[in-house]
Design a protein around this ligand. Structure first.
Ligand code: ARG
Length: 569
């Protein structure tokens, strides 16, 4: 498909003696109505060309040669505005769709570069909390987006399955295993046990020592401790899998922190060789003041055990070797900003090829707050993400049944709508913003929600079904789509790939979410003003073809975000 931004930059650069890429970067899409489609602001060129922006724009308007894709050019207050020929663009979009069908929008700009995306990574024996929901949802969307753009994308779940807390859990298990129903409600029960053993440790030094000893035994691979740890790990994973099933998530690799423990001496040896380790109260630390970080990174505790950071460093070595990655993204909350700054700084001293160090990036996000008086108080502080998801499904179900009491497949549809709503609301704002979690709001059928998009999609499908017509590209009379509403849809369809690329560049799925809302809204305006199944056969064919592309793009866009489309609702 034609690259309008590029073509326009070329036309301008033929007339100006200025760096081509500078021109390209300055050409942008116009969002307001009636002002044209693309604009080139001339202000930054003023100094270099020794002319006022108005004069530069006027001269360009006079001199730029006519092209078939341009309808007219205007020069207004130093801006050069391009109006694209509507029919030309519509033809381009339709032709592209005809060739690519469900792959419309897909691109290979990623050149098969390898991108690791680490996300979710909950801690076993602990609740999968609402922050883990965010990393899971954001990470998966990024994974799909990179894949769609031709990257070799690998998803990693870096389970938190190691740490001194297991010494305590083992002790708690030995003491009270019969009092708790671990099989039935593993995480809740293990959490209770953990709180209780911590209290006991504070009161009784002997218990604390026994816990420490358990952890030591675990590190030495004592049979009993290892099998208990494994059991805890398995029951936790079963719990997490329920959530992953609801969200329809799979990982290319699930590799917990414990996998790195045996090799962590490697990290220490390299750092020692590079004279980066200093001792502090018997612990091994790396001072990072020269890297502008005031808190040193602890690599090994005084008792010889590894910590979170050490395991992350070993994981970097492992990933570099195993995947030869170009980039490695960590989708984790902003409360871990310092941690990632530290390990990325220490990574510079691990004798890694520079590309592996440069490729590390923390994709951080803000907090999810529960709406006061709602879920936050129901079960004390223990809110199960699984319950939240199920609640959303239930609420979606009753809303759908209100509208459509006899809907078949109601279970499946409510799942798609209920889960979609939670995912979409998470992806509707910039990652960094703190969010309020409000199920009722996210399930609104009107507004900036996924049920709204899904509803538009379902309506499109029902019109297409009703028409019972298979429209071919050669049957399209483009003059039937010259109205305002049709063209605003065409423009959005044309911008689909570009939107996904922008979302990828900023690692911000919300750019795609907002686009899907814009497209749905444009469709709704179009639909309210135009009868799709018109009696004029040519009009009807052209409109059917157009809305079919809208439906496909809505579906694909939602799919990238991790949201599935119902066929009816
Ligand atoms: N398990 C950690 C937590 O729940 C998140 C892990 C993030 N990833 C990492 N490589 N450190 O807080």
């Amino acid at each position: 498909m034609i690259n309008l931004k590029k073509e326009i930059s070329n036309l301008i650069s033929e007339k100006l003696n200025i760096n081509k890429s500078k021109i390209y970067e300055n050409v942008s899409i116009i969002k307001e109505k009636d002002k044209g489609d693309y604009t080139f602001p001339c202000f930054t060129l003023s100094k270099e060309l020794k002319k006022t922006p108005n004069i530069i724009a006027d001269e360009l308007k006079q001199n730029i040669k006519n092209s078939d894709f341009i309808e007219k050019i205007e020069s207004i207050n130093g801006y050069l505005n391009f109006f694209i020929n509507k029919e030309f663009l519509t033809r381009e979009v339709f032709k592209e769709f005809d060739e690519k069908k469900e792959n419309y929008g897909k691109s290979d700009i990623g050149n098969k570069k390898t991108i690791l995306i680490e996300y979710s990574s909950p801690n076993i024996a602990k609740p999968f909390h609402i922050g883990h929901l965010r990393t899971t949802v954001i990470g998966r969307a990024l994974y799909n987006i990179y894949k769609f753009l031709g990257y070799n994308t690998i998803s990693i779940n870096h389970l938190g399955d190691y740490g001194t807390q297991f010494g305590k859990l083992i002790e708690a298990y030995k003491l009270w295993k019969d009092e708790y129903n671990i099989e039935e409600n593993p995480i809740e029960e293990l959490t209770k046990m953990y709180i209780r053993i911590n209290k006991l440790c504070e009161e009784d030094e002997n218990v604390l020592n026994r816990c420490r000893n358990n952890f030591k035994l675990l590190e030495e691979k004592d049979d009993y401790c290892v099998s208990l740890w494994k059991k805890i790990s398995d029951v936790s994973m079963d719990e997490f899998n329920k959530i992953y099933d609801l969200l329809n998530i799979k990982f290319d690799s699930i590799r917990g922190e414990s996998a790195y423990v045996d090799d962590m001496h490697e990290v220490i040896e390299i750092l020692e060789k590079n004279k980066k380790i200093t001792l502090s109260d018997g612990a091994k630390i790396v001072d990072l003041t020269l890297d502008g970080i005031n808190t040193p990174c602890i690599i090994q505790k005084s008792n010889g055990s590894s910590i979170y950071a050490t395991r992350d460093l070993e994981a970097i070595l492992y990933r570099a070797r195993t995947y030869d990655y170009d980039r490695c993204l960590y989708v984790t909350g902003s409360e871990q900003n310092l941690h990632f700054k530290q390990i990325f700084a220490v990574a510079k001293y691990l004798d890694l090829n520079e590309k592996y160090v440069k490729g590390l990036q923390h994709i951080s996000y803000g907090m999810y707050r529960l709406k006061e008086g709602k879920m936050s108080t129901r079960k004390g502080n223990f809110i199960k993400v699984e319950d939240i998801l199920n609640e959303s499904i239930e609420k979606a179900k009753s809303k759908i049944l209100e509208k459509n009491p006899n809907l078949e497949d109601i279970e499946e549809v409510s799942k798609k709508v209920g889960i979609g709503a939670v995912i979409f609301s998470d992806l509707y704002n910039s990652r960094i913003k703190d969010e309020i979690f409000d199920i009722d709001e996210m399930l609104e059928f009107q507004g900036e929600t996924s049920p709204y998009i899904q509803y538009m999609y379902v309506r499109i499908n029902s019109i297409i079904k009703k028409s019972d017509e298979n429209v071919l590209l050669k049957d399209i009379n483009y003059s039937k789509l010259s109205d305002e509403q049709s063209y605003s849809i065409v423009k959005l369809l044309y911008n689909f790939t570009d939107t996904v690329i922008q979302a990828k560049e900023k690692n911000e799925p919300y750019i795609l979410s907002r686009y899907l809302i814009d497209l749905s809204k444009s469709y709704s305006v179009f639909y309210n003003q135009n009868k799709v199944l018109s009696d004029d056969i040519e009009e009807r064919k052209a409109r059917l073809y157009l809305i079919n592309i809208v439906g496909c793009v809505l579906k694909k866009g939602c799919e990238l975000l991790g949201i599935q489309m119902p066929n009816k609702m």
